[in-house]
Design a protein around this ligand. Structure first.
Ligand code: PEP
Ligand code: MG
Length: 578
């Protein structure tokens, strides 16, 4: 009997094949007390399990196909680094010794403590980093429970199959891609998990969050996975198979055409040149950006350098990281955003003892925190300035909301320049300084900010949150999160116009810029610079090259006049069809 299961489309694409069920199962962690004399033996067992997990990951890293689009080794390296982190390697040993309990229990206690810190974070990306902790901890738990066996082994039975699992680690995903899986379907996991990101980058169709699907699927069931719609069809009839095979061929043709766009100029069909850059979280992401043909980095989120460590990186470490990023950019500009930490995005060691606030998104974050803590801010400013000596670097201030904040930042920059001059350190005296427009106050006053700045970049993720007054990570109000809300569109347009009036470039680096459904609308508003996730780059580029700005402008005006949201969406769809 044919039926469909609905989850979240995590990686576009269609696969037709047979189900292969992989149950990793929840790990049952035993708990027992040790004799005093057995404690050091237990510590040795724990250390051996860590070493085993490390060698498992190392083996997987060696199996990564050389032609994969993004630096997957960097994902594995992140997990290998976590296996060197005292929070995983030392804290459980302390617990084993202090509590005289077994290693599995100690590791679980430490895992729960680490995860609760991540879960408290008000940021989807960071909250999904909890998955990394789980994946790493599980790999050690599996070693503890199954002694010397490697956790993952090469298995030909995956080839051409649609793998269904409760959850998958990035390492599993790499291995399965190597073994030629057709698609991945999981009961758990969100669209922002590393596994989902990897699946997208490896172009493996994937549907996640298919709760309870395990009760319906059997080994070798015939399946169709539609990663665009987040649907899995079980036991499809012939007509369905024919329909999806046709769709598969169409998608393949689209990909082939897009790959050719990699080195093509980003120019609209009516000759308007557009700048298309990439958003980067870790320096390693730059490889993916270069592969996709990005014209530089429009947003480098520096806060990731400050995560998972007790002390913030000093000026020298930051300088090395920023200079390396600039070098990897091969002459293209790199936009380094100053720290967007605080309140909701705490890192170890930052502001110990700071009170918890009831509205963290409205609290002491980003530039507000930096101005309050010059000891944190100034080394970063100096490091960014020093990196500008070697390659084109731009500095970008997040969450600016008042002119006084801007004046204070510019004062700090001026005094850092003076210090560096006196020390004989090199830097680009004309390094552009810009700001993110992500608070409605800044959008409304964009013309005033534009007088003092070299560029603006619209951060729609926060701009939508603050304009519609909805917490961007709260599922309960997610239905209100609408980039097409007239208030949002008006603020975007005001910002673009302010930049034009003051003669400075305006970019967009929020998620809206990377969603190809909005590309024409944004072109119609006069946006000329987009900064998007590397995976979204070629799709956005394709829409740009197929669009006519003048035509888009007329449609955009109509979209902005419409009051009813369903009519607005319908008009947008019509605009995207032309
Ligand atoms: C934004 O707010 O749109 C943005 C790009 O910044 P972040 O998502 O890092 O807050
Ligand atoms: Mg933001």
């Amino acid at each position: 009997m044919t039926f469909s299961l609905h989850g979240i489309g995590a990686s576009k694409g269609i696969a037709i094949g047979k189900a292969h069920i992989v149950t990793r199962g929840l790990i049952e962690v035993p708990e027992y007390t040790l004799e005093k004399s057995a404690v050091e033996k237990e510590v040795r067992r724990f250390r051996k399990a860590i070493a085993g997990a490390r060698s498992d990951l190392g083996a997987i890293k060696n199996q990564i196909p050389p032609d994969t689009a993004i630096d997957i080794a960097a994902f594995i390296d992140t997990h290998l680094l976590m296996l060197d982190d005292p929070a995983i390697t030392k804290a459980p040993i302390k617990l084993i010794r202090e509590e005289q309990r077994n290693a599995e229990w100690a590791l679980k206690v430490q895992r729960d403590a680490l995860v609760s810190v991540f879960e408290a974070m008000n940021d989807t990306y960071l909250r999904t980093r909890k998955d990394d902790i789980d994946h790493v901890v599980n790999s050690v738990q599996m070693r503890l429970l199954h002694s010397d066996k490697p956790v993952l082994r090469a298995d030909a039975s995956y080839s051409g199959k649609i793998v269904f699992a409760d959850d998958l680690t990035p390492a599993d995903t790499v291995l399965m891609q190597h073994q030629g899986v057709a698609a991945l379907v999981t009961e758990f996991g969100g669209p922002n998990s590393h596994t989902a990101i990897l699946a997208r980058s490896l172009r493996i169709p994937a549907v996640v969050g298919l709760h309870n699907a395990g009760s319906y699927l059997r080994e070798n069931d015939a399946l169709i996975v539609d990663g665009r719609q987040g649907v899995v069809l079980v036991d499809p009839d012939e007509q369905m198979v024919r329909h999806y095979k046709k769709l598969q061929r169409q998608i393949e043709r689209i990909h082939v055409a897009r790959r050719k766009l990699r080195y093509a100029p980003t120019v609209t069909a009516d000759g308007e040149t557009i700048v298309l850059q990439a958003n980067v979280e870790l320096p390693a992401d730059l490889d993916a950006a270069v592969q996709a043909g990005a014209q530089g980095v429009g947003l480098y989120r520096t806060e990731y350098l400050f995560m998972n460590r007790e002390k913030p990186p000093d000026e020298e470490e930051q300088y090395q990281a920023y200079a390396e990023l600039g070098r990897a950019g091969e002459g293209a500009p790199v936009t380094i955003r100053t720290l967007d930490l605080g309140a909701d995005k705490q890192v170890d060691g930052s502001r110990p003892g700071a009170p918890l606030t009831s509205n963290p998104a409205l609290g002491l974050r980003a530039v507000r925190l930096c101005l309050k803590e010059p000891g944190l801010f100034r080394p970063q400013l100096r490091a960014i300035l020093r990196a500008s000596a070697h390659s084109p670097v731009r500095m970008m201030i997040p969450m600016l909301s008042t002119m006084s904040e801007l004046a204070q930042v510019l004062d700090h920059v001026a005094s850092c320049r003076k210090e560096l001059d006196e020390e004989g350190q090199l830097f680009d005296k004309l390094m552009p300084i810009g700001a993110m427009i992500e608070v409605p106050a800044a959008a409304i006053c964009a013309d005033i900010f534009a007088r003092e700045l070299d560029f603006l970049s619209i951060g729609t993720n926060d701009l939508i949150q603050y304009t519609i007054a909805i917490d961007r990570v709260d599922d309960e109000v997610n239905y209100l999160y609408d980039p097409l809300h007239p208030a949002v569109l008006r603020l975007i347009q005001m910002t673009i116009q302010a930049g034009r009036k003051m003669g400075i470039p305006v970019a967009m680096c929020g998620e809206m810029a990377g969603d190809a459904r909005y590309t024409r609308l944004l072109l119609g508003m006069g946006l000329k610079e987009f900064s998007v996730h590397p995976n979204a780059l070629l799709e956005v580029k394709q829409v740009i090259t197929e669009s006519r700005v003048e035509e888009s402008r007329k449609f955009t005006q109509r979209v902005m006049r419409v009051i009813k949201s369903t009519t607005r969406t319908a008009l947008l769809e019509e605009m995207n069809r032309i």
